[in-house]
Design a protein around this ligand. Sequence first.
Ligand code: NZQ
Ligand code: ZN
Length: 389
Amino acid sequence: MLGNFAYSNPTKLYFGENALDNLAGELEKYGKSVLLVYGGGSIKKNGIYDKVLTILKECGKNIVEDAGVMPNPTVEKLYEGLKRARDGKVDFILAVGGGSVCDYAKALSVSVHCNEDPWEKYYLRFEEPDNEIIPVGCVLTMVGTGSEMNGGAVITNSNQKLKIGHVFGENVFPKFSILNPLYTYTLPKYQMVAGIYDIFNHICEQYFSGDDDNTSDYIMEGLMKSVVHSSRIAVNNPSDYEARSNIMWTATWALNTLVACGKTTDWMVHMLGQAVGAYTDATHGMTLSAVSLPYYKYILPYGLKKFKRFAVNVWNVSTEGKTDEQTALAGLGAMESWMKEIGLVMNTAELGVTEDMLDGLTAATFIMDGGYKVLEKQEIRKILKESMG
Ligand code: NZQ
Ligand code: ZN
């Protein structure tokens, strides 16, 4: 049965080759002092920085720059950005980059006017903001996280070996996001395919919960088929505009709250992946690909009906002459072949996980209860061990 929910998404999207033409009109709505947040320099190399800076200047903005947001943004970087934003008395935050830059911008937005330590308040105590929130806008350059249209803001505390995502409410969603598929052309293949798997897994995390006749599941099967189809084209020809734009659009819909409606949702692959990320600083999508199959094979008996449906509806597996379990396993087999075909990392050893980390990784994995099996700690350890390859 479809659960109870409220749905609304306040982020305005501008999609396509000319999407940046809408930036000036959006910026006019906000104050004069803009914090321009970006990563390690890709936007300077591919020219996006110059284009955005020109628009900010034409709009008469005072620009405060906050560069060097790293993949898997850290709490130390957040503290540094906080000082910069406070000193510059910023009215608006413009994030130009991937999920890390967008997430970081949202974390800053709730922290600048917060009198408490943001790590403790938002990431350890999971409290909601009760102070002024600075509005955020995004110009997206890397596809995968859905951060452009959601309230997620994942921050890593390397000292505490914790990578934690706070999913904030609508008041923290970006006010607008600019999605130009051409901006993703300069992504290295490793990042492109990591992003593709991130999209696919966001859908899996929401799909593998519940067994009912839920419209969200039909939407998700379509999204999964689209991402698999487009990924094959993009891997062979990274400048295929149709494939790159479909991937960008699918990423947004995979995690902008719509398909979660009426579902309990799982998120255990992300919890395992985030623990791996906290220990290795590996690329997010690859931490997910490396733990996925051991996890899904483990929970398959508890969600057999849905794994069978996944095999048939997403991977066109024939049921003829097969038990339900054989059909379900064939679905995971087809998924594994696709993952290898596009070049994903299939084990955590390749990401730097060693045997001595297993206890720490197990402790750092948060247990969620929306999937087919609420895992015990020793089951988590077993899956993590299996994921090493
Ligand atoms: O820093 P620069 O120089 O810009 O380089 C980045 C970075 O090294 C590069 N890049 C981005 N756009 C590029 C480009 N290189 C060339 N051309 C371009 N157009 O790509 C690298 C990775 O970027 P990053 O932003 O880290 O990747 P992604 O978008 O995958 O974001 C990952 C972060 O998002 C979090 C992850 O945990 C991780 O911290 N997530 C956020 C979620 C959310 N908000 O809902 C959900 C996700 O599950 C995820 O957890
Ligand atoms: Zn993800």
